[in-house]
Design a protein around this ligand. Structure first.
Ligand code: CP
Ligand code: NVA
Length: 310
């Protein structure tokens, strides 16, 4: 049996594969909008394992698999044996014998890596403490739809050096754009840890305004990610000056877009004026989770589809 291909972090795919995926997403989305059926995954089963809460990820994977002709099964830690100490390796062997593809949302990246090692089928990262590759896939597709190729552009990240920020760093290196990162002292991103030792795609700024200056895309995320709730009070104080507001958008490029993976906290990491304002593309960004993940599942299960993307 050939080893399956997994999508555990953004750098698992090459630039050429992303070019294909974005083009394929466009094709899949257009067909979907025309109500034209596309069922390449007929009879295939996706298992979704959630150890953390979700709205968008669950909905987009479940609806996406149905729209591709397959079906999806939802498991969580609360009412499966996963929450009662069954080893990840055992769960992987059993679940992957009964399904065709698995999506996992969990805590440490090592958990999903252990699962993948023992899985007979492709495993997709639906968010870990370290990475959120499906979200960045949707974000970049959204940018391309609005502004064209992302190569050579500048993304400003304001806020926590979390799973989203780490994934932006990997994407910048792979797809050749710049990321300006501004985090409060003590919350700095570690490019070594995310495997981005090269520094020319990543610039650190103490002042979030400076990070946004000239940016083509300004983006942020919650100050407290899932799993870090105990630090919430301290973070509210430490991040107070890292709210994306109208002043930050004013120093960005005039045609800059604003993105947020959602859920958002207006008045914390972003002002209502910005997220509900004319530069915000957050609803398209959320919708695109559906379309990119359909392309991703199709790619992982049947590979590149030749001559069908016009
Ligand atoms: N952006 C995102 O992953 O949302 P959910 O937590 O609702 O899945
Ligand atoms: N960084 C956030 C993203 C939620 C979609 C978290 O991990 O909670």
């Amino acid at each position: 049996m050939n080893a399956p291909r997994h999508y555990l972090q953004f750098k698992d795919f090459s630039r050429a594969e992303y070019d294909y995926l974005f083009e394929r997403t466009r094709w899949i989305k257009e067909r979907f909008k025309r109500y034209e059926p596309h069922h390449p995954l007929f009879d295939r089963t996706l298992v979704m394992i959630f150890e953390k809460a979700s709205t968008r990820t669950r909905l987009s994977f479940e609806a996406g698999m149905q729209q591709l002709g397959g079906s999806a099964i939802y498991l969580n830690t609360r009412d499966s044996q996963l929450g009662r100490g069954e080893p990840v390796e055992d769960a992987a062997q059993v679940i992957s014998r009964m399904s065709d593809i698995v999506m996992i949302r969990t805590f440490e990246q090592t958990i999903i890596e252990r699962f993948a090692e023992y899985s007979r089928v492709p495993v997709i990262n639906g968010l870990t403490n370290e990475y959120h590759p499906c979200q960045i896939l949707a974000d970049i597709f959204t940018f391309i739809e609005h502004r064209g190729p992302i190569q050579g552009k500048t993304v400003a990240w304001v806020g926590d050096a979390n799973n989203m920020c780490n994934t932006w760093l990997q994407a910048a290196e792979l797809l050749d754009f710049k990321v300006h990162v501004s985090t409060p002292p003590g919350y700095e991103v570690d490019p070594e840890q995310v495997g981005c030792a090269r520094t020319d795609h990543f610039v650190r700024f103490d002042d979030p305004m400076e990070a946004c200056r000239g940016a083509d895309l300004v983006t942020t995320d919650v100050w407290t990610s899932m799993g870090f709730e105990a630090e919430n009070e301290e973070r509210m104080r430490d991040f107070a000056d890292w709210q994306v507001d109208a002043d930050m958008m004013r120093v960005a490029n005039p045609d800059a877009v604003f993105m947020h993976c959602l859920p958002a906290h207006r008045g914390e990491e972003v002002s209502a004026e910005v997220i509900d304002g004319p530069q915000s593309v957050v609803w398209e960004e959320a919708e695109n989770r559906l379309h990119v993940q359909k392309a991703l599942m199709e790619f992982l299960l049947i590979g590149k589809v030749e001559g069908d993307c016009a």
